[in-house]
Ligand binder design. Structure first.
Ligand SMILES: Nc1ncnc2c1ncn2[C@@H]1O[C@H](COP(=O)(O)OS(=O)(=O)O)[C@@H](OP(=O)(O)O)[C@H]1O
Ligand SMILES: Nc1ncnc2c1ncn2[C@@H]1O[C@H](COP(=O)(O)OP(=O)(O)O)[C@@H](O)[C@H]1O
Length: 207
C-alpha cells in the first residue's frame, strides 16, 4: 500500500500474463522510438515511414504523434513550458504502456526540453528508450513550412513557436541522429532504414 502523487491507499495489481509472454506472442521486444526535433524536421514523415516498414515486416508498431494526440489525450494543453512538460510526461506514460504491451511505440513530438525527454527515458526499462534526433537546420524546416506556422510565427501571429521565440534543446546522447549529408536530407525510406537497422542490431525485432 502506498501513496503516489495525489492517490493514497493504492496497490499494484499483478496479472498472470506478462510482458515476456506478449513479446513471445508478437515475436518482437517492446520499446519506445522517441523522435524529437523542430516543427518541419520530418518527425511525422519518419514515424509513418517507419511504421509502414515495420508493418511490412509483420512487426506491430503504433505511432503517437504530438499533433494528433493534441486532438484528444492532451487537448487541454497548450504550448507554455509547463504544458509542454505535462504533454511529454503524459505521452511518455502512454508510450511506456505500449512498450509494456510488447509494441514498438513510435512517439513523434517536438519535445523541446532535454529534462522532459530524460524523464521519459527514466521510466522505461534499460535500453528500451531509443531517442532519435531529427538534426535538421532551422532554415530547412522554415523553408519547408508545410503548415505555414513559421510564417505566422515570424509575423508575430503565433507566440512561443519552437525555434523562433521558444527554445529547443538538442539531445546530448541520443541513440540515433538523422542529419543531412553534404547538404542533402536522407529520403524518408533511408531515415526509416537507419532506425530499422538499429532495432535489428539491438534485437528488438525478434522475441
Ligand atoms: N507554439 C508552437 N510551437 C511548436 N509547435 C506548435 C506551436 N503551436 C502549434 N504547434 C503545432 O503543434 C505541433 C507540436 O506539438 P507537440 O505536442 O509535438 O509539441 S511539444 O512536444 O509539446 O512541444 C507542431 O507539429 P509539428 O510541425 O509536427 O512538429 C505544430 O503543428
Ligand atoms: N526526408 C525527407 N525528404 C524530403 N522531404 C521531407 C523529408 N521528411 C519530411 N519531409 C517534408 O518536410 C515537411 C515536414 O515534414 P513532417 O514530417 O511533417 O515534419 P514534422 O512532423 O517534424 O513537423 C513535409 O512536407 C514532408 O513531406
Amino acid at each position: 500500500m502506498s501513496a503516489i502523487g495525489k492517490s493514497t491507499n493504492i496497490f499494484w495489481q499483478e496479472c498472470s500474463v506478462g510482458k515476456l509472454d506478449r513479446q513471445k506472442l508478437l515475436k518482437q521486444k517492446g520499446c519506445v522510438v522517441w523522435i524529437t526535433g523542430l516543427s518541419g524536421s520530418g518527425k511525422s514523415t519518419l514515424a509513418c515511414t517507419l511504421g509502414r516498414e515495420l508493418h511490412s515486416r509483420s512487426k506491430l508498431a503504433y505511432v503517437l504523434d504530438g499533433d494528433n494526440l493534441r486532438h484528444g489525450l492532451t487537448k487541454d494543453l497548450g504550448f507554455s513550458t509547463e504544458d509542454r512538460t505535462e504533454n511529454i510526461r503524459r505521452v511518455g506514460e502512454v508510450a511506456k504502456l505500449f512498450a509494456d504491451a510488447g509494441l514498438i511505440c513510435i512517439a513523434s513530438l517536438i519535445s523541446p526540453y532535454r529534462k522532459d525527454r530524460d524523464s521519459c527515458r527514466g521510466i522505461l526499462p534499460e535500453s528500451s528508450f531509443i531517442e532519435v534526433f531529427m538534426n535538421m537546420p532551422l532554415e530547412l524546416c522554415e523553408a519547408r513550412d508545410p503548415k505555414g506556422l513559421y510564417k505566422l510565427a515570424r509575423a508575430g501571429k503565433i507566440k512561443g513557436f519552437t525555434g523562433i521565440d521558444d527554445p529547443y534543446e538538442p539531445p546530448l546522447n541520443c541513440e540515433i541522429e538523422i542529419k543531412q549529408e553534404n547538404g542533402v536530407c536522407p529520403s524518408p525510406n533511408a531515415m526509416a532504414g537507419q532506425v530499422v537497422g538499429y532495432l535489428e542490431e539491438k534485437g528488438f525485432l525478434q522475441e
